[in-house]
Write a protein that binds this ligand. Structure first.
Ligand SMILES: *C/C=C(C)/C=C/C=C(C)/C=C/C1=C(C)CCCC1(C)C
Length: 242
């Protein structure tokens, strides 16, 4: 009886199950990063406190989703696509808020924030349709998603975000450049996973990744959420000294 209960309620991660393992590590890393950002708030100058708080909210929201996705994957052996996208729909707009916050002091308008948020929602909602609802047309959905993605990258590299960051002093300009690389290279991990992993994906490149697609997304998230937050954190320290 006792044994039965254990079997039913407690699943063990097989050491060769890298999907489950990266969900587990992802949960831990997001939790640790959140604790770090939240505890550091006390030592952060007032000017940067909201930015570092948002870094912590991003990893905290991800931690809660990873905790859930880890359990979901362990129990069902399936990919938690829906909660993956719920996580992204909450955290990616918060990353847009970070770009707004670092340029707000030099005049970024709320309309710029809405442009970034709207583009990120188009990118994610069309991506969800291509991945989960209408995979037969995944390349068409992926194309619309990709256009929205490049529009975000454009705003950050050459558009209003870049222009404002240039006028905000050397630390902000440098931080924006680093974050722009995160958006161009770190975020590109996801469309690559999508292209190679979705049936009917671009160029017939479906390689039957199956659940391994989650490993790609899990690595992407660790880089893009924790790394991104650390760039903001280090900006908050540099700017304090300057
Ligand atoms: C923390 C989560 C982040 C930063 C997630 C970012 C997700 C993307 C940049 C996803 C982009 C996609 C495309 C550009 C096309 C194919 C569909 C997506 C949604 C995977």
């Amino acid at each position: 009886m006792y044994h039965f209960l254990l079997d039913a309620s407690f699943k063990v991660i097989d050491p060769t199950n890298y999907v489950a393992f990266t969900f587990f590590i992802g949960t831990m890393a997001m939790m640790a990063a959140s604790a770090f950002f939240f505890f550091e708030l006390n030592n952060t100058s007032k000017k940067w406190r909201t930015s570092v708080l948002v870094s912590g909210l991003i990893t905290f929201i991800a931690a809660v989703h990873y905790y859930y996705m880890r359990g979901y994957n362990l129990e069902t052996g399936e990919s938690p696509i829906f909660f993956r996208y719920v996580d992204w729909i909450l955290t990616v707009p918060l990353m847009c808020v970070e770009f707004y916050l670092i340029t707000k002091k030099v005049g970024a308008k709320v309309s710029l924030l809405w442009q970034l948020i709207a583009a990120s929602l188009v990118m994610l909602i069309t991506g969800y349709f291509g991945e989960a609802i209408d995979p037969a047309h995944s390349w068409q959905w992926g194309l619309v998603s990709g256009i929205a993605y490049f529009y975000i990258a454009y705003l950050i590299w050459f558009g209003d975000v870049a222009k404002l960051a240039q006028t905000a002093g050397p630390s902000v300009a440098a931080a924006n450049r680093t974050l722009a690389w995160f958006v161009l290279v770190g975020w590109a991990i996801y469309p690559v996973g999508y292209i190679v992993g979705t049936p009917g994906g671009l160029f017939g490149m479906h390689v039957n990744l199956g659940l391994n697609m989650d490993i790609i997304y899990n690595i992407g998230d660790a880089i893009n959420k924790i790394g991104f937050g650390l760039v903001i954190y280090s900006l908050s320290r540099k700017d304090e000294v300057a």
